[in-house]
Design a protein around this ligand. Structure first.
Ligand code: GTP
Ligand code: MG
Length: 326
């Protein structure tokens, strides 16, 4: 490789990747990339050429070359052997939902390297599920957590610190410490919501973020893109947003939780009058899709409706003063 200065092993492990080592990346381009949240080879390696081209202000051809070299440096190639895939899957972690029934339904809990979508009507328990996971992820692995921090993108201003504290106390955590490990950002519109993902990438370089929540994934998009004419745009933006979330889950071996409403009135745009918003785009990108509905209080029913490797099924759970329980 031309011009690459050799560094001692120690320097290599303590220094950040130098983006300037990539072909066609000078200081200015490297700065632009870092500003856009691409800090190391891995993040560049998993970018899409048009995203990278826009961020670095270069042509797509150049972007493609940069990405290819970053893939080599980050040691991710075009093909992975089955053994490598198995190895990566072994790193998958699970966050306990604090309900054995739900953990069983989800094959061990809420998975990392995946998006889990909870959808349902108002009051079905989507936000409670998200808050519970935001507490549980902080626990050590042997207690169902991942010893991690949380990024909480709140689009509806429904994050309640008091409720979060109660749930933390119930699991024996120091509530103040637990609150300091959840990083909440209020998203004011869909564009702001999208911009919070690169912010999360930045944060995850300093903190061990193992869970990213978007509550709600679709509310802003739904409110802003009205009518048939806006549908294609909306779906494209949602698609891109979700792929950025997936990228986050891959890079940091983190779990992603998204919540989604169902449209209460017949929505001609999606065919299914009571289906989740965002239709196929959201459904196909989410790895696990869980439908929540009310039952006899305090019971709720969770139904796994879409999963690559688990059977469909239902679980009964409760929303209690302490949080989600069986
Ligand atoms: P939308 O965001 O409106 O679409 O609904 P959601 O699905 O996010 O509903 P959420 O998760 O906020 O569930 C609200 C329900 O959780 C309430 O109706 C209560 O039944 C229950 N809940 C919320 N807070 C508490 C609490 O402190 N104690 C108990 N026991 N239940 C609670
Ligand atoms: Mg909610």
């Amino acid at each position: 490789m031309p011009g690459k200065p050799t560094k001692s092993e120690e320097e290599k492990s303590t220094e950040e990747d130098s983006l300037e080592d990539l072909p066609g990346v000078g200081h200015t381009t490297a700065e632009k990339l870092r500003e856009a949240g691409y800090r190391d080879f891995m993040e560049v390696a998993v970018a899409s050429p048009d995203d990278l081209a826009a961020a670095a202000d270069v042509g797509e051809g150049i972007a493609q070359k940069i990405i290819l070299e970053a893939r080599k440096r980050a040691k991710i190639g075009g093909f992975e052997s089955g053994a490598e895939i198995l190895e990566r899957r072994k790193r998958i972690g699970h966050i306990s939902a604090q309900s054995n029934a739900i953990n069983e339904l989800l094959g061990g809990g809420i998975e990392t390297q995946a998006i889990t979508e909870f959808y349902g009507q108002f009051g079905s328990g989507k936000t409670q599920m998200a808050l519970q996971a935001a507490v549980t992820v902080q626990l050590p692995v042997e207690k169902g957590g991942l010893n991690g921090d949380v990024v909480y993108i709140d689009t509806e201003n429904t994050f309640r610190a008091e409720r979060f504290s109660d749930m933390a106390k119930a699991l024996g955590l120091d509530p103040d410490k637990a609150l300091s490990r959840v990083h909440v950002a209020r998203a004011f519109n869909s564009n702001h919501q999208e911009l919070l993902v690169p912010k999360a990438f930045e944060l995850a370089h300093d903190r061990p973020v193992r869970l990213l929540i978007v509550d709600s994934l679709t509310a802003h998009f739904r409110a802003e893109f009205l009518g048939r004419g806006a549908l294609a745009d909306r779906q494209q933006r949602l698609n891109r947003h979700m792929h950025e979330l997936l990228r986050f889950s891959d890079v940091f071996n983190a779990a992603i939780i998204c919540t989604n409403q169902v449209s209460a009135r017949p929505d001609v745009l999606f065919g299914d009058p009571t289906g989740p918003i965002g239709g196929n785009i959201v459904g196909h990108t989410a790895t696990y899709r869980v439908y929540l509905r009310r039952s006899k209080p305090p019971h709720r029913i969770a139904r796994l409706v879409d999963s690559p490797n688990l059977p469909e099924g239902e679980a009964v759970f409760s929303v209690t003063g302490e949080g989600i329980r069986d």
